[in-house]
Structures are given as structure tokens and as C-alpha cells.
Ligand binder design. Structure first.
Ligand code: PGA
Length: 253
């Protein structure tokens, strides 16, 4: 049994219409066994209100958004604010997912602003970092991830930093079926924790949940989560099937 908070977050990405999302959430609620692991359903925006209602009262089950805007409100067509998310009971917001960084050109600077906005609203960021295959092959992956974390998070006070969840997601492992080996995940997670310790101290670093993401499934979750510095997962494709997602949640210790 690990002492650090274990978290499994399902990132539905742009999948499931309203009815399908309702069904998936209902099945998860019905089958999830009570445990100490926090489970976060990061659905598309249209589902959040309904899913939040469905999970109300279920302990350790939360909703999360996949993005938010960095401003409070105003003329930002197509965007969503933290207050809107908060008003339907959302707890977490994924920030800096590699798909947002790549397809929507989200920079480190922008992400630092979003992190501030999320924390100021009393919500909890799941801050993503991770390297491309080129960077991994060049053996500069640790420096790359460290730079992302410094740029996105290191302006935070210790008090604010304590609310952050980090998700390490090597881009080459996302949606590819090619998972990082348990050793690769552990090495990076340990490097991240050492970096956090250098800035916020060993105790704060030790208390930070660092999730692994990238082709986590029912078959590989247990061995990944058994690594000492892996505190659960951010799960994409496998979060779209209730039975597999539950298997992944149950793989946390
Ligand atoms: P995947 O996605 O599990 O489908 O690889 C993970 C993620 O992008 O969060």
C-alpha cells in the first residue's frame, strides 16, 4: 500500500456523445468499488454537468475538464472559463496535454497563466509534461520535461504547488499502443520528484502525485503503478470502456 495519494484520471478526449457519455459514467459509478484511489472523469465539456450529478455522493470520484481559458470571461468565442467549470462542480482541470501543446500551440507561458487561473478558482490542475520520440532518441528527455515543469509550475508558492498533480506522458506512447517500460516511467518519475525536491523540498516532492500516461491499459497498469514513483495514471483510450477503466483503477495499490 502506497502512502502517497493514488489517482486514476480518465481522459475521454473528444469522444462520446451525450447519451454514450451518460451510459459510460453510469456504468463506472455502478461498478467502481470503494477504495482510497481518487478517480477523475475528464469528460468533454457537454458531459460535465450530468456526470457530476451522477457521481454526487460517490466517495473519491470527481469530474475534470480537459482544458480551460486563462481569462475570467469575455469575448473568447468557443472557450470555457474556470468559473463555468466550477459552477457545475468540476474539481480538476487537465492542463498542457501534448495534444493542446501541439495542435493548439499552447506555450509554456500560456500554461503558466492557466495554472494560476485554475488554482485561483480553487480547482486542481493535472499538469501534463512529456517528450516526443525525437527528444527521447536524442537522450534529452529528462531536461525537456524538467524545462516544461519549471516553466509551467515553478512560479507557484509552496502552498499552491501542493495542490498540483503532475502527469508524465511521453508523446510517443500516447494512443500508439507503445507504453513506456516500467523502468522508463520510473526513471522519469524519479527525476521529476528530484526536481520538485530541489525547488519545494523533499517533503513536498514526496507528497506530489505523479501520474503516468500513454497507452495505459488493463494489462499493463499493475506493473506501471507498482513503480515506487508512479502514483496512478492518466488514461485515454482505455478510459472509454468501463470494464477496462475499472481494471486500471483496481491496479493501483
Ligand atoms: P492513451 O492517452 O491512454 O490513449 O495513450 C493518454 C492521454 O493522452 O492522456
Amino acid at each position: 500500500m502506497k502512502t502517497r495519494q493514488q489517482i486514476v484520471a480518465g481522459n475521454w478526449k473528444m469522444n462520446k456523445n451525450y447519451g454514450e457519455g451518460r451510459e459510460l459514467a453510469l456504468e463506472i459509478v455502478a461498478r467502481l468499488k470503494l477504495s482510497d484511489t481518487k478517480v477523475v472523469l475528464c469528460t468533454p465539456f457537454i458531459h460535465l454537468s450530468l456526470v457530476q450529478e451522477l457521481i454526487n455522493g460517490v466517495s473519491n470520484l470527481y469530474t475534470g475538464a480537459q482544458n480551460c481559458h486563462q481569462e475570467d470571461k469575455g469575448a473568447y468565442t468557443g472557450e470555457i472559463s474556470v468559473e463555468m467549470l466550477k459552477s457545475v462542480g468540476v474539481s480538476y482541470v487537465i492542463l498542457g496535454h501534448s495534444e493542446r501543446r501541439e495542435y493548439f500551440a499552447e506555450s509554456d507561458e500560456l500554461l503558466a497563466k492557466k495554472v494560476d487561473k485554475v488554482l485561483a478558482a480553487g480547482l486542481l490542475p493535472i499538469f501534463c509534461c512529456g517528450e516526443s520520440l525525437d527528444i527521447r532518441d536524442a537522450d534529452t528527455h529528462i531536461a525537456h520535461v524538467e524545462a516544461q515543469i519549471k516553466a509551467g509550475l515553478f512560479h507557484l508558492s509552496a502552498e499552491d504547488f501542493a495542490k498540483v498533480v503532475i502527469a508524465y506522458e511521453p508523446i510517443w506512447a500516447i494512443g500508439t499502443g507503445r507504453t513506456a517500460s516500467p523502468e522508463q516511467a520510473q526513471d522519469m518519475h524519479a527525476a521529476i520528484r528530484a526536481l520538485l525536491a530541489s525547488k519545494y523540498g523533499a517533503e513536498a516532492a514526496d507528497a506530489t502525485s505523479i501520474l503516468y500516461g500513454g497507452s495505459v491499459n488493463g494489462g499493463n497498469a499493475a506493473v506501471l503503478f507498482a513503480q515506487p514513483d508512479v502514483d496512478g495514471g492518466l488514461v485515454g483510450g482505455a478510459s472509454l470502456k468501463a470494464d477496462e477503466f475499472i481494471t486500471i483503477v483496481e491496479a493501483t495499490k
